[in-house]
Design a binder for this molecule. Structure first.
Ligand code: ADP
Length: 160
């Protein structure tokens, strides 16, 4: 069975992330969505909530997908999952620059790990967690970009 680790902030998980998971299951038998704490990002959704939202949003994939939190180096987490593959999604040239820098650093830390970069599908290329957070913070409709569990999460947050 081939496993791939899909790391990210998932703050929150969007249909863009879910599309990358779905398409990667044509290449891998199992995807571990790995939700990290990033030094330069300050996630406004607690790690526990991000894990729960990912589990609910990806429930249709059944046992093919699992969701974990991690607070170690990515390469260390990947070793614990008995795989040598890491998955990332690419939307823009900016994503590409960022991903390349990150993967080169990670390759220096552990050259045995391979990185699979899947381009976004046209449908979701404009969707980002940052925009979703912005729209949600003004009470806007995010249902075109995220699963119903995420919509409900933000609704509950706005309740006094
Ligand atoms: P990070 O903080 O590590 O960038 P994100 O949750 O923002 O975490 O993204 C995780 C991965 O998913 C990244 O590789 C990112 O490029 C990719 N991704 C995010 N949104 C989309 C999308 N709409 N289409 C394809 N890939 C995406």
């Amino acid at each position: 069975m081939t496993t791939v680790v899909y790391p990210g902030s998932f703050n929150p998980i969007t249909f863009g992330h879910a599309n990358i998971v779905e398409r990667s299951l044509k290449l891998f038998d199992h995807v571990v969505v790995a939700i990290g704490t990033s030094a330069d990002k300050d996630p406004d959704i607690a790690l526990r909530d991000r894990i729960e939202l990912c589990r609910a949003a990806l429930a249709d994939f059944g046992d093919s997908v699992s969701v974990e939190g991690f607070n170690t180096l990515l390469v260390e987490f990947v070793r614990t999952q008995n795989t040598k593959f890491v998955l990332r999604g690419l939307r823009t040239v900016t994503d590409y620059d960022y991903e390349f820098q990150m993967l080169e650093m990670n390759q220096a830390l552990d050259p045995s790990i391979e990185y699979v970069l899947l381009p976004t599908s046209n449908e979701w290329s404009h969707v980002s967690s940052t925009r979703v957070r912005e729209i949600a913070s003004f009470g806007g409709d995010i249902s075109a970009f995220v699963a119903p569990c995420v919509v409900d999460f933000y609704k509950a947050q706005r309740r006094p």
